[in-house]
Design a protein around this ligand. Structure first.
Ligand SMILES: Cc1cc2nc3c(=O)[nH]c(=O)nc-3n(C[C@H](O)[C@H](O)[C@H](O)COP(=O)(O)OP(=O)(O)OC[C@H]3O[C@@H](n4cnc5c(N)ncnc54)[C@H](O)[C@@H]3O)c2cc1C
Length: 419
């Protein structure tokens, strides 16, 4: 790390898809110094789709690329910075997090993981030989034009597969769709299914999965296998589009953050991970609907969470831990009578010490995250003594005499203890 340059931000967002861009818009607008790091295209998976018809505000639909261009513009208009590079490593524990790329180490108190997912591939024989540039694609927007007047094969029957298949039918002579289910079952919505079945250019090969991809330099044939009778159905095409779901891009945080069984990052509804100051949003999260609209919602929550976390950290350090004088922090519960009844006693103690001590009172229920920052599972009626911004004593027994005895040990001018 020694040879790398170092840069400092309030928030570093890893991933510039819809979730990362939305988090960026919120952070930028809150005037936080915000960086988005993106390794391929700003816009993420949404740029893979020719038309988005279910994102509110665009009744005639909009191309994924155009929608993402607008997100990007909006983030930049709020001062968000972008770096096009791959994040290699993260250190997310502690107050200052580190995000490392090939050349630079970025430090920030908040990191937002928005690394999304990547399209799943079939794993069938010879697939690797033809992936992306040699006949197998996962992006209709990118590769549709090359299919003009040719037959193409689409693998899958979910919404993405069927909608992209319909889009491809504008270019291709014929769109053959391999569906794993028995006729007429598909995994897409009824609307998409009816439109596909009514499309004269689309043909369905039911009960099939890919057995192998064949060709030399370039794809020439896809062998499908009929799951009912084992028969091999050869499809002579040089373009095959796979739309069979996604896998999370979570390798970066493996062993760093808690992942679900399917390797998605686990967060709460506020997009917080188990590490303070670390949020995750969008398709990378364990959740049941992965769409642009849900990525945007997650990004908004993460952006607001980042802003609150930073404001609260500043408040905690400046006001609660403060360095000006010895401090007495008292955690109470407004619904617990004994802990509430001690409040006037503490105010009187503060008065008796004539400006030598600063009292801060925290309600355990309304300021739960401040309690967490005090570093322990704090019960009502816990007091902390601070000197120079550091906690020097934790008192679980809070009565007038004990507190004054402890304060006398840390103030310059001790006072007489009366009962
Ligand atoms: C073909 C297709 C059609 C779709 N159609 C629709 C639709 O019609 N409507 C709809 O709502 N949704 C649709 N979706 C889903 C939608 O695109 C996703 O739900 C959405 O893009 C998720 O956003 P995200 O920001 O969470 O993740 P992503 O869009 O996956 O963005 C994550 C970004 O993080 C970057 N990244 C990952 N790792 C790193 C790293 N280590 N360093 C730096 N950057 C990194 C990636 O390059 C990527 O750009 C479609 C998806 C596909 C593939």
């Amino acid at each position: 790390m020694r040879d790398k340059s170092w840069e400092y931000y309030d928030v570093v967002i890893i991933g510039g898809g819809p979730a990362g861009l939305t988090a960026g818009i919120y952070c930028g607008r809150a005037r936080l110094r915000t960086l988005v790091i993106e390794k391929t295209f700003v816009g993420g998976l949404a740029t893979y789709t020719s038309r988005i018809e279910n994102y509110p505000g665009f009744p005639d639909g909009i191309s994924g690329t155009e929608l993402m261009k607008r997100f990007h513009q909006q983030a930049r208009s709020f001062g968000v910075k972008f770096k096009m590079t791959d994040v290699k490593r993260v250190e997310l524990e502690g107050e200052t997090k580190r995000v490392e790329t090939f050349r630079t180490v970025y430090e920030s108190p908040v990191v937002i993981i928005a690394t999304g997912g990547r399209p799943r591939t079939t794993g069938a024989r010879n697939e690797k030989n033809f992936l992306y540039q040699r006949g197998i694609s996962v992006c209709a927007t990118c590769d549709a034009a090359a299919t003009t007047d040719k037959p193409v094969l689409v693998i899958g029957s979910g919404d993405a597969a069927i909608e992209e298949g319909i889009y491809l039918s504008r270019f291709a002579r014929e769109v053959i769709v391999s569906v794993i289910h028995e006729e007429p079952r598909m995994d897409c919505s009824e609307v998409a299914r009816d439109a596909a079945l009514a499309n004269p250019k689309m043909r369905f090969v039911w009960n099939t999965m890919v057995e192998s991809f064949e060709g030399d330099e370039y794809l020439k044939r896809v062998n499908l296998k009929n799951l009912k009778n084992g028969e091999i159905v050869p499809i002579e095409v040089d373009s095959c589009f796979e739309f069979i779901g996604y896998e999370p891009n979570s390798e970066l945080v493996q062993g760093v953050l808690r992942l679900s069984q399917l390797h998605y990052v686990v967060t709460n509804e506020a997009m917080e991970t188990e590490l303070p100051g670390v949020f995750a949003c969008g398709d990378i999260r364990e959740k049941d609907l992965r769409q642009v609209a849900t990525a945007v919602a997650d990004g908004a929550r993460a952006g607001v969470g980042a802003e609150r976390y930073i404001a609260e950290t500043a408040m905690f350090e400046r006001r609660i831990l403060q360095r000006e004088k010895p401090g007495l922090i008292y955690v109470y519960s407004a619904t617990d009578a004994p802990s509430r009844e001690l409040l006037p006693v503490l105010r009187e103690i503060e008065h008796v010490y004539k400006g030598q001590v600063r009292l801060n009172v925290i309600d355990r229920y309304t300021c739960g995250s401040l309690c967490e920052r005090l570093g322990c599972d704090v019960g009502a009626m816990t007091a902390f003594l601070t000197v120079d911004g550091e906690i020097v004593r934790t008192l679980e027994r809070c009565d007038r005499r004990t507190i004054m005895q402890e304060l006398n040990a840390i103030v310059p001018d001790p006072v007489a203890i009366t009962s």
